[in-house]
Design a protein around this ligand. Structure first.
Ligand code: MN
Length: 718
C-alpha cells in the first residue's frame, strides 16, 4: 500500500468514465464538477491541494465500484452544502431530487460526531447510520469519502489521525464489511492501523516484503492449477490472496502468534463444479504438499451454523512455508459471499423480520451486479431506508443512542435507559414539548424523560402501552415487589378460571398437595408464591397449564396403568418404506444407534410423541423386547430410496489412503456425504466417511471393495 497518492483531476475522471464499459451521463458530471469547482474555489485541503481534488477522487473510487451517474455526481457535490454557500434547494433545482437526497444524506452523516460516543455503542451507531442513509448509495459515498480522507491523512495533526482512525475501525470498516466491499474494508483497517500503531504496522509490512509473499503465492497457485488440470479437473478456477496487514496484526498482537505460526497468511482458493471434485482436489493437494496435522476442516459435511461450506486444509509448501487451501463449489461460494439468504431471496419478496445482515445480503449482490453488468439500470436507487424497518434509534439528552424495535413507545424508551428511570417517569419531552407516553419514538428523536419521586411506580396500564419485553418485565418486577397481596388474589382467580376452562377438576382434599407439587416443580416454595408469580406475570399461564395437564394426566394414568400404551390395531400400510404392524402410516424414523438399511432385520419402538423409531433386530438397544412399546416392523417390498451409512476405516498412509478411498467410491458412483479424518498416534490415519447407499446388500458390496484397497484396513460400520 503506497502512502502517497497521485492527485485526482476531473480530466482524469472524464477519461476513466469514457473508458468504462458502463454508460454514464458525462454532461451531468461536467455540470456537477463546474458547480463544485466554482463553489470550493479558494479552499484548500490540509495537504495544500485545491479542495476540489478530494470530491473528484471520491467520485473516481465510486467509479471503480461501478456506481451510477447519480452517485458520482453526488460524490462530486458531497461537500458543497456543508462547506460552501450552496444550499440543498439549489442542488435540487439544478440536479433533481435524487442527487439532492444523496448529498443531503452524506452531509447528515458528516455532522454526527462519533468521537464523543463510547465504544460499547458502536453497533448501535453503525445501525443508525444505515437507518439514516435513506438510500444505500449514501453509505457507499460516505465509505469512499472516508477512504480518500484516510489515504491523505498524513496531513492531519496526530490527534486527528488517531480520532479518525478509531472511528474508521469501529464504524466504517465494519460497515464496508457488511456491504461486502471487502477491499475497501481491508484498506480502511490497514490505514487506520498505520496511525494507531505505526511500529506494529511497519514490522508486519517488512515481514511481508522480506518473504516475497506475492511471488510465492503466484508460484504455488500455478503448480496447483497445472496438477488439477492433469487430473482432469479442467474447469478448476483458482484465486489466491495475502492476508491483510491488519489481519496479520490481530493474530500476532491480539492472539500472540509469531509470523511463521500464522498458517493463513497465504491462501489459495479453488472453485469447482461439484462436491465430488472438491474431495478429489483435496486428495490432489494432500498428494502434492504435506498436510499439517489438525488443520483439515470439512465444512461440507459439517457446515458452520451460518451455512458456510468449504473444505479447508493447511499444507506445507516445498519451501517449508505453510499455506491454507480452501476448496468449494461455485454454489458454496455464493452462499459464503452472500449468506444463506442468497438461496431464498427470490422466493421471499422481502419479509420484514430479517436481520440487518440478511437484508444487506441482497445489497451486496446488487453492488456486485452493478460492478459486472454493462446496463445502466439503476438498481441501487430502489434500496431506500427500509433496510431497518423494524428498528429505531433514539437519543437521550446526553447523546446515548438507544436502539428499540419499531413501534416502541416512550415507556419502552424510559425502561431501556434504566428501570429506575421508567419507574419514576411522570412524563416525557420531545424537542422541549411534553408528549404522551403512547408516543411511538422515531429514529433521530432526542427524548428527555421527566421523573418524579422515587416511590411513585408504574401503573398497570403501562403494560398495555409497552411493546418490549424488557419494559414489560421491569414493570412486572415492580409489581412483584410492591403489590404482593394484589398479585396473589389476581393469580388465584386467574388459575381457577383456567382450570375450569380446561375441564380439570381436582378433588378439594387433593388440591393443596397437587398444587404444592406443581409449585415446587416451578422452583417456588408455596402455593401463594405460585399465585403471586401468576399475578405479576413472572409465570405465564400458558406454560403453567401445560405442567398442570401433564401432572394431572400422570396421576390419572398411574391409577390405571393398562391404559398407557393402547394402540389401535389396523392393517399395515407402509410409510418411509417401513410397515409397522398394527399402525397405519405412522411417523417413522430410523434410529441413530444402528441406522438400519433395507435388508436388515428390524423392529419398531413406539416413542412418546415422535412416532415409531426403527432399530436393527440385533441392535444393542433392542434386546429386551418385553415392553408393549416394541412392535414388529418389516421393510415394504419394492422400497427404493437411498440411505446413509457411516464407515470408519484406518489408513496406513495419510495421503494415499484418502485418494484411494475417494477414487474407489467415485468409480462405484457412491456419493460421499461427509468425511472426517484425524491422525492416530502411531502415524496412521483414522477416517470416518458417510456415504449414500441403496440397501444393506449395496453397502456390503462397497465395504468389500474398500477392503481390497492397498492402504486401508479395519473397516467398520458405525
Ligand atoms: Mn469529503
Amino acid at each position: 500500500m503506497e502512502n502517497t497518492f497521485h492527485i485526482a483531476s476531473f480530466e482524469e475522471l472524464e477519461r476513466l468514465v469514457e473508458e468504462s464499459p458502463r454508460n454514464y451521463d458525462l454532461e451531468l458530471l461536467r455540470r456537477a464538477y463546474r458547480l463544485a469547482e466554482a463553489s470550493h474555489k479558494g479552499q484548500c485541503r490540509k495537504s495544500g491541494e485545491p479542495y476540489i481534488t478530494h470530491p473528484v477522487a471520491v467520485a473516481e473510487l465510486l467509479l471503480e465500484l461501478g456506481m451510477d451517474t447519480e452517485t458520482l455526481a453526488a460524490a462530486i457535490l458531497h461537500d458543497v452544502v456543508e462547506d460552501t454557500d450552496i444550499t440543498l434547494e439549489q442542488i435540487t433545482q439544478q440536479f433533481g431530487a435524487d442527487i439532492a437526497l444523496l448529498v443531503d444524506g452524506v452531509t447528515k452523516l458528516t455532522q454526527i460526531n462519533f468521537s464523543s460516543i463510547e465504544e460499547r455503542q458502536a453497533e448501535n451507531l453503525r445501525k443508525m447510520l444505515f437507518a439514516m442513509s435513506k438510500d444505500i448509495r449514501v453509505m457507499v459515498i460516505k465509505l469512499c469519502d472516508r477512504l480518500h480522507n484516510m489515504r491523505t491523512g498524513d496531513a492531519w495533526a496526530p490527534q486527528k489521525q488517531r480520532d479518525k482512525s478509531l472511528e474508521t475501525m469501529e464504524v466504517y470498516a465494519p460497515i464496508a464489511h457488511r456491504l461486502g466491499i471487502y477491499h475497501v474494508k481491508e484498506e480502511l483497517e490497514d490505514r487506520a492501523l498505520r496511525y494507531l500503531d505505526p511500529i506494529g504496522y511497519n514490522e508486519i509490512k517488512n515481514l511481508i516484503e522480506k518473504n516475497s509473499a506475492d511471488q510465492f503465492l503466484e508460484k504455488i497457485s500455478n503448480s496447483i492449477k497445472a496438477r488439477l488440470q492433469e487430473t482432469g479437473m479442467t474447469s478448476a478456477h483458482l484465486e489466491y490472496r495475502l492476508k491483510s496487514i491488519y489481519g496479520i496484526y490481530r493474530k500476532m498482537y491480539m492472539h500472540n502468534k509469531e509470523f511463521a505460526e500464522i498458517y493463513d497468511i497465504y491462501a489459495v482458493r479453488i472453485f469447482l463444479d461439484n462436491v465430488a471434485e472438491c474431495y478429489n482436489a483435496l486428495g490432489v493437494i494432500h498428494d502434492m504438499y504435506h498436510p499439517l496435522p489438525n488443520r483439515f476442516k470439512d465444512y461440507i459435511s459439517t457446515p458452520k451454523p451460518n451455512g458456510y461450506k468449504s473444505l479447508h486444509t493447511t499444507v506445507l509448501g516445498h519451501e517449508g512455508i505453510p499455506f491454507e487451501v480452501q476448496i468449494r463449489t461455485w454454489e458454496m461460494h455464493q452462499t459464503a459471499e452472500y449468506g444463506v439468504a442468497a438461496h431464498w431471496k427470490y422466493k421471499d419478496g422481502g419479509g420484514n423480520n430479517r436481520t440487518l445482515d440478511e437484508r444487506l445480503v441482497w445489497v451486496r449482490q446488487l453492488l456486485e451486479t452493478q460492478r459486472d453488468s454493462e446496463d445502466t439500470e439503476d438498481l441501487l436507487r430502489n434500496i431506500k431506508s427500509d433496510l431497518l424497518p423494524e428498528e429505531v434509534f433514539v437519543f437521550t439528552p446526553k447523546g446515548d443512542v438507544i436502539s428499540l424495535p419499531a413501534g416502541a413507545t416512550i415507556i419502552d424508551f424510559a425502561y431501556a435507559i434504566h428501570s429506575a428511570v421508567g419507574n419514576r417517569m411522570i412524563g416525557a419531552k420531545l424537542n422541549g414539548k411534553m408528549v404522551p407516553i403512547e408516543h411511538k419514538v422515531q429514529t433521530g428523536e432526542i427524548i428527555e424523560i421527566v421523573t418524579g419521586p422515587a416511590n411513585k411506580g408504574p401503573s398497570r396500564d403501562w403494560l398495555k402501552v409497552a411493546t418490549t419485553s424488557e419494559a414489560k418485565n421491569k414493570i412486572r418486577t415492580w409489581f412483584k415487589k410492591e403489590r404482593k397481596e394484589e398479585n396473589i388474589a389476581e393469580g388465584k382467580a386467574a388459575l381457577e378460571k383456567e382450570l375450569r376452562r380446561n375441564l380439570i377438576s381436582i378433588p378439594e382434599d387433593k388440591y393443596e398437595g397437587f398444587m404444592t407439587d406443581i409449585a415446587k416443580k416451578m422452583r417456588l416454595n408455596t402455593i401463594e408464591e405460585l399465585y403471586a408469580a401468576l399475578g405479576y406475570g413472572g409465570i405465564l399461564m400458558s406454560k403453567l397449564i401445560v405442567r398442570i395437564k401433564e401432572e394431572y394426566n400422570r396421576v390419572l394414568k398411574t391409577a390405571d396403568p393398562t391404559e398407557v400404551f393402547q394402540i389401535p390395531k389396523k392393517t399395515g400400510k407402509s410409510s418411509n418404506g417401513v410397515v409397522v404392524e398394527g399402525i397405519d402410516n405412522c411417523l417413522v424414523k430410523f434410529s441413530k444407534c444402528c441406522s438400519p438399511l433395507p435388508g436388515d432385520e428390524i423392529v419398531g419402538f413406539i416413542t412418546r410423541g415422535f412416532g415409531v423409531s426403527i432399530h436393527k433386530r440385533d441392535c444393542a438397544n433392542a434386546q429386551n423386547l418385553d415392553s408393549p412399546r416394541w412392535v414388529k416392523a418389516y421393510w415394504d417390498a419394492g422400497v427404493r430410496e437411498t440411505f446413509t451409512a457411516t464407515l470408519e476405516l484406518i489408513s496406513m498412509d495419510n495421503v494415499k489412503g484418502i485418494s484411494e478411498v475417494t477414487t474407489q467410491l467415485g468409480n462405484m458412483r457412491v456419493p460421499i456425504n461427509a468425511m472426517n479424518m484425524r491422525s492416530t498416534k502411531d502415524g496412521r490415519m483414522q477416517m470416518s466417511i458417510t456415504i449414500s447407499v441403496n440397501n444393506a446388500e449395496h453397502l456390503t458390496n462397497v465395504i468389500e471393495k474398500l477392503q481390497k484397497l492397498k492402504h486401508i484396513t479395519n473397516i467398520t460400520r458405525v
